[in-house]
Design a protein around this ligand. Structure first.
Ligand SMILES: [Zn+2]
Length: 329
């Protein structure tokens, strides 16, 4: 994994930020947003390193050698704070925000910027977000807050409006393929992995490192069995949630988007087994109902933070199971 190099689809965003840094017009708060698996956090960290490095090169990449860079690579730089949920899929809590606020109220150890990265920003619970808002309203000098988010719409509008947005989109297919091929031991799986990750290269690489591709196949088979009335949504939800909390919602979201595309775009199908399964399910249901389900799933991304994840996934699977279908069972 290339932790310290700029990803090929991030150069525009990089140059734009570096220009603002040079002209001393960096905002107090940035909101880096875009699909999961596009390297937003990696980018935020790289940018923070370049700001804190004491001798960044002409491309303004961190030198990796100076005392600041050595602290950064050891994860010990006092002016860089990364705030994440304590456990994966969990919340960012108010205590974490309060500690951060206390820290940035002190002056920088190196007479430069103090940088805070919050990832994923949508993991903040309501009290954490309210507490952050106060800092965004009156930010201390020489402070840069970088919020990283896959679901910026689930952040309070009052927070969004105080951040400058920096958007990451999925890279072009060719760009993603050539990058992923370089990372994989066996490039045979480049296309299916990228497909499973809905075009997000870093997510695809994650899948390659785990058994997620297999896991997703099993889950799609379950999803199909629900559509044909062969399985029970409550049992399926319980099985899925044994493995991981957030991922099932991402898979369902991807499948529904794909089914909508298959229904709307002629000649879109590419003949993979996964797509054939999705197509057979898509042709039995009404497009409007798929859009409604998509809305529910998008809402679920938000709800899953506040409610029991199991009940959220159960609800989605029950809607899917009971969706009226053309073919009788
Ligand atoms: Zn350096």
């Amino acid at each position: 994994m290339t932790d310290s190099s700029l990803l090929p689809w991030q150069t525009d965003q990089w140059q734009s930020l570096q220009q603002r840094l040079l002209s001393q017009s960096l905002p107090h708060a940035l909101l880096i947003h875009g699909p999961q698996g596009t390297g937003k956090l990696q980018f935020a960290q790289m940018f923070a390193h370049s700001v804190l490095c004491q001798q960044a090169d002409t491309q303004h990449q961190a030198c990796g050698q100076c005392p600041a860079c050595q602290l950064l690579s050891a994860g010990n730089h006092p002016d860089l704070t990364l705030i994440e949920p304590e456990k994966e899929g969990g919340q960012i809590k108010i205590d974490q925000i309060r500690q951060m606020i206390e820290k940035i109220s002190l002056s920088s150890q190196y007479h430069g910027y103090k940088i805070i990265i919050l990832s994923p920003a949508e993991a903040m619970n309501i009290s954490a977000a309210n507490s952050l808002l106060k800092t965004l309203e009156e930010p201390p000098a020489q402070t840069l807050l970088i919020l990283v988010s896959t679901q910026p719409s689930s952040l309070p509008a009052t927070i969004r409006s105080r951040c400058q947005m920096l958007n990451f989109t999925l890279p072009e297919h060719d760009v993603a393929v050539s990058w992923l091929e370089d990372q994989l031991d066996d490039p045979t799986y480049t296309e299916p992995l990228l497909k499973a990750a809905h075009g997000a290269p870093l997510l695809a690489l994650n899948f390659a490192d785990s058994d997620m591709l297999e896991q997703q196949k099993t889950m799609l088979a379950d999803f199909h069995a629900l559509a044909t009335g062969q399985r029970d949504p409550i049992k399926v939800a319980a099985e899925w949630l044994k493995q991981e909390h957030v991922l099932p919602i991402h898979w369902i979201h991807g499948w529904i988007c794909e089914m909508i595309r298959l229904k709307q775009v002629t000649g879109y199908a590419d003949g993979t087994t996964q797509q054939a399964t999705l197509q057979s399910m898509a042709q039995d249901v009404d497009l409007t109902r798929l859009y409604n389900l998509l809305e529910q799933v998008t809402e679920a991304f938000q709800l899953i933070k506040q409610l029991n994840a199991l009940s959220v996934v159960e609800k989605i699977l029950i809607i899917w199971t009971n969706m009226p279908r053309k073919i009788s069972r």
